[in-house]
Write a protein that binds this ligand. Structure first.
Ligand SMILES: O=C(O)c1ccc(O)c(O)c1
Ligand SMILES: [Mg+2]
Length: 626
């Protein structure tokens, strides 16, 4: 599978783009003409730079407003084409993309356009060049790949073929299966892009909101299945116009791009096994069974504060690691490790972020298989020496450099608690917490798409629609991802003074800002927590008046909620109760939730009230922040 990416897709000056694209593992680039024109290199130099990075120029684009023109525009268009073909010869590329005309004078007429392309084909042939015709979704006369194909078919020239772009096909809701009728050898090039489902002007949507396959809502997999069914074997090239990517980190965006191509082609071959997809084999995406433990990195000085918060939350010390200064805290099915080791990865996490969640361990069906898939999808492996007798547990890096560790029920890995830990207490009932419901990870807003793609590519996972949460000091975006028993909320902070933004700043980019534990009886749990001195977050009276009116709740239930600072939400499937701790100075907090029936959300409607209360709790007597 030959992979390529358009230079418009990432930020930086030309040399930076090349370095990022090469290091992400692409085979080639599409040169977007504007990027070349803006550079200070000659075409021969650019060609050499590209090849020196081990890349090839798969396409030069776009050549605009060519077909169906009256004179004198037509003659000018051919003269322009001759100049560009000379330029391409110097660059060292043989394929140009002609996008369908948006010229006000363009006349249309399928045979007229076909005749123009036949003549262009002769000119191209004399330069050793091939021409691909792409239907722009907003083209004046051609805005559908079926019409572009008919023009190409009638031009009937070996140097003229079709270029497909998933955005233009799927963005106009054209059935991608219509591609199956096109002969694969007449498709010269395929561009891929996804986009979020937002109803807006096609041109504006395309130029600002495209994203990597799998990051948006278009069915890029069905599009690629149809393309592969034609026998097409040319490059798969990302062409992503996106305001955020243009300002993003070149290497991160390029790596996301490569990951997205691997993920989408893996989906293609699994959905339609008869297709031949040139991709190394690796295991299928699997769902996570549950979060087995969460590990905090801390220091001997800071550990007591964390441990007393755990004790106040109903956890009891249940054991210690056989060789390292790590204690195990347990309640129901929730396991929390507190690691005060003064060396290695944990210590670096503590030094970088302060007391922080350095590791999340996931129970899966086959830890080695999930690990192999993660690495195939470009996750960074994490290895650490285990002492003789200790288990070697596969792991890879996740958000903020933290670790995702993989456990399974096989003979060796299932023995982690008996091999690596010695138990020093019987399980206690605590405050009735049964396990980990979800984990809240906070990041800069422009990393959200990357990390959502990370989870959905590696695991069998689904994204919920993104929601906006109003913090008093700015908007925060929240996107939930669920894979079986792993529920993650990704919170993207755009503004620095939001609770989420401050957490990112105060912790120098830690990831886990909150852990939500599950209970089967929120009021019983609330009572036990009150006895244990849990620092519950106080919720104001206005909230309870509103929630009673909004859902028509029984006033007796609302009175209990008010007395225990419990929040409420419901959806079509069921009910949801939540309560929170006050935030620690860096913004980290605990949440406790009870799901009833088949409630699927995370109480997003309550987030604004919770954040306001958390901010009040850290600003004494409601004093404004200076
Ligand atoms: O937005 C455009 O003009 C444009 C240009 C070239 C392309 O390949 C494309 O998909 C869009
Ligand atoms: Mg395109």
């Amino acid at each position: 599978m030959k992979t390529s990416i358009a230079t418009v897709s990432i930020s930086g000056i030309f040399a930076e783009k090349l370095a990022a694209i090469a290091s992400a593992g692409f085979d080639g680039i599409e040169i977007f003409e504007q990027d070349f024109t803006a550079s200070d290199f000659t075409p021969v130099e650019v060609g050499r730079m590209v090849r020196d990075h081990g890349l090839e120029i798969t396409l030069f684009q776009p050549f605009r407003d060519f077909e169906g023109l009256p004179e004198p525009h037509r003659t000018r268009a051919f003269a322009r084409a001759a100049r560009k073909f000379d330029l391409m010869n110097q660059l060292g590329t043989d394929l140009v993309l002609v996008c369908s005309s948006a010229h006000p004078a363009a006349m249309g007429g399928i045979d007229r356009m076909a005749a123009d392309f036949a003549e262009l084909g002769d000119l191209a042939k004399s330069h050793g060049i091939r021409v691909g015709f792409e239907a722009l979704a907003w083209g004046r006369h051609v805005n559908d790949h079926r019409d572009a194909w008919e023009v190409v078919r009638r031009a009937d020239h070996p140097n003229v073929g079709l270029i497909l772009d998933s955005f233009h096909t799927l963005g106009r809701k054209i059935d991608p299966d219509t591609i199956r009728r096109i002969p694969g050898d007449r498709i010269f090039f395929v561009q891929l892009a996804d986009a979020p489902a937002i109803d807006m002007d096609l041109l504006y949507w395309s130029r600002h909101f495209r994203n990597m396959p799998g990051e948006g809502d278009l069915d890029v997999t069905s599009f690629m299945r149809a393309v592969m069914a034609t026998g097409y074997s040319g490059p798969l090239s990302l062409e992503i116009f996106n305001d955020q990517f243009r300002a993003g980190l070149p290497r991160l965006v390029a790596c996301d791009g490569h990951r997205s191509l691997i993920a989408v082609m893996d989906q293609v071959r699994r959905a339609e096994p008869t297709l031949s997809v040139d991709l190394p084999t690796f295991p299928a995406a699997a769902a996570v069974q549950r979060v087995e433990f969460i590990e905090f990195a801390t220091s001997p000085e800071e550990a007591p504060a964390l441990e007393s918060l755990l004790a106040a939350t109903g956890f009891a010390r249940a054991g210690a690691h056989v060789s390292k200064p790590v204690t195990l805290w347990r309640q129901g099915g929730a396991n929390v490790l507190v690691n005060t080791e003064g060396k290695g990865f944990t210590h670096s996490s503590f030094v970088a972020h302060g007391t922080t969640v350095s590791e999340v361990a996931l129970m899966v069906a086959d830890a080695q298989a999930t690990h192999a898939r993660a690495l195939a999808l470009l996750a960074q492996d994490h290895t650490q020496a285990a002492l003789p007798g200790e288990l070697k547990i596969p792991a890879f890096r996740g958000v903020g450099g933290s670790i995702l560790r993989l456990l399974d029920a096989t003979e060796t890995l299932s023995r982690i608690w008996s091999v690596d830990f010695c138990s020093d207490a019987a399980p206690t009932e605590g405050a009735g917490l049964t396990g980990i419901d979800h984990i809240g990870q906070t990041m800069a807003y422009d990393e959200m798409l990357s990390w959502a793609l990370f989870y959905t590519a590696i695991f069998d996972a689904k994204k919920a629609p993104m929601v906006d949460v109003a913090d008093p000091d700015g908007l925060v975006r929240s996107q939930a991802v669920q894979s079986g028993g792993l529920r993650i909320t990704l919170n993207g902070a755009e503004a620095r003074r939001t609770l989420a933004g401050r957490f990112v700043e105060e912790t120098f980019g830690a990831s886990v800002q909150h852990i939500a534990f599950a209970t089967a009886d929120i009021f019983l749990t609330a009572a036990k927590l009150a006895e244990g001195g849990f620092p519950v977050l106080r919720i104001g009276a206005n909230y309870y008046d509103d929630v009673e009116a909004r859902f028509g709740l029984d006033p007796a239930l609302v009175a209990r909620m008010r007395a225990s600072n419990v929040l409420y939400d419901e959806d079509a499937g069921g009910q949801f109760f939540q309560l929170y701790s006050e935030p620690r100075p860096d913004g980290f907090f605990f949440e406790i939730v009870q799901r009833q029936g088949n409630y699927l959300g995370y109480g997003a409607a309550n987030a604004a009230f919770r954040i306001a209360a958390q901010k009040r709790s850290t600003r004494p007597s409601g004093m404004p922040r200076l």
